[in-house]
Ligand binder design. Structure first.
Ligand SMILES: [Zn+2]
Ligand SMILES: [Zn+2]
Length: 393
């Protein structure tokens, strides 16, 4: 019976830097004994969906998407014995990690973030069908139950936290800053804007950096940044009457501008790079104060490495860090900022049928905030095949 059921999903039909998706009616994935079936109400679109579709992040499946909110509508035969508190209608979140193997070296290390790095790659859109679909199957052992305390918060406000939000929050948390210290966020798009919001809410002084004035308007209005640097206008060009730059890869014109905004001109205590551009990474070294944290988040093409000399890290006591999404606990911590109104994700409603265009726009950084697609609206329902799955009461 399960095999006969269908739902609408956006299927990746052409990979590459101009990926193509088609919204098709496809079989609902099989609900195993230890799984639940989730009816998704919303999905948002992440830059990594483009990265996967473009082939920048290794092999992927056909149904992408890793920011989804939905309700449990069906139990696998063994689900209730695994979690007796489980109820039909439970609101849940679907994120990048869809399960952990429990066996690999990451999973066996209790001190690190196994959930973000399990080598079995049990990720949305890679090992499991993603959230660009009306239904999804989730193992009970890895369900992210959203507590009733979040009932007052809309799906639209929660869904950007599933990847972009928790990525921003966790990366800032891992920098280990003290209240009042400075953080620069290079790239003020989807994740970057959220990072600037979280950093301010967490008690740090913030500097946003991006390539145009429009991002600055958003960063000031929505993230209340202390400073914003528009690379196209606020940084001296080589042709200007400025001293010749020192010959090292740790100096950058924007680094000098950032340093002037910090106490004694020493630089920021952490720089978080959300852009995948090599130039963005390269320029970020020049912003960092002694003992600063260089936090890598943005992912660019694998054939575009970043240059550094160890002596700068040795001499300055810098810490080179990388962060990947976060644990379920980090997601719930991040959501508490949303519930308290300290972080208000900037969202734009979008249509499922436009998914093709949306993924590319997000991937190329052409959208402000996060696109949120309702998967339970009239358009989606009307287009369902007659044999579409019944939603359990
Ligand atoms: Zn594992
Ligand atoms: Zn993502």
């Amino acid at each position: 019976m399960t095999e006969a059921r269908t739902h609408r999903a956006a299927v990746l039909v052409e990979r590459g830097t101009a990926p193509k998706f088609e919204v098709r009616t496809v079989p609902v994935p099989t609900v195993g004994p230890n799984d639940v079936l989730v009816r998704l109400s919303v999905t948002s679109v992440c830059g990594s969906d483009y990265g996967l579709a473009a082939g920048h992040m290794g092999p992927c499946g056909d149904i992408l998407g890793h920011e989804g909110i939905g309700r449990v509508v069906e139990f696998g035969s063994n689900a209730e014995s695994l979690d007796s508190s489980l109820q039909i209608g439970q609101r849940v979140g679907l994120a990048w990690n869809r399960d952990v193997c429990g066996q690999c070296s990451f999973c066996m290390d209790p001190n690190n973030d196994a959930e973000a790095r399990c080598s079995a790659r049990l990720f949305s859109g890679v090992a499991a069908d993603g959230t660009f679909a009306e239904f999804a199957v989730v193992p009970v052992r890895y369900l992210l139950k959203l507590p009733a305390s979040l009932d007052s918060v809309s799906d639209e406000a929660i869904v950007p936290i599933m990847c972009g939000g928790v990525t921003a929050y966790k990366a800032i948390k891992e920098c280990g800053l003290l209240p009042g210290q400075y953080i620069a966020v290079v790239g003020a798009g989807g994740v970057g804007l959220l990072a600037l919001m979280f950093a301010k809410a967490m008690g740090y002084r913030t500097i946003g950096v991006d390539i145009n004035a429009e991002k600055g308007v958003l960063a000031r209005e929505h993230a209340h940044v202390d400073h914003y640097i528009d690379l196209s206008a606020d940084v001296p060009k080589p042709s200007d009457d400025t001293p010749a730059p020192p010959a090292n890869p740790f100096w950058s014109p924007v680094g000098d501008v950032v340093k002037k905004l910090t106490p004694s001109g020493l630089g920021v205590n952490a720089v978080l790079i959300t852009s995948g551009a090599t130039a963005a990474y390269q320029s970020a070294f020049g912003m960092l104060a002694p003992f600063g944290a260089f936090m890598c988040v943005g992912i660019g093409p694998l054939d575009k490495p970043v240059l550094f000399h160890p002596v700068a890290f040795i001499a300055n006591g810098w810490r080179l860090l990388g962060s990947a999404v976060g644990k379920r606990g980090d997601i719930l911590e991040a959501l508490d900022f949303v519930k308290r109104g300290l972080v208000k994700p900037l969202t734009k409603p979008a249509k499922f049928s436009d998914i093709d265009k949306l993924v590319t726009e997000v991937g190329l950084g052409k959208v402000d905030g996060k696109y949120v697609i309702r998967l339970d609206d009239e358009e989606a329902s009307d287009a369902k095949a007659p044999e579409a799955v019944p939603v359990a009461a």
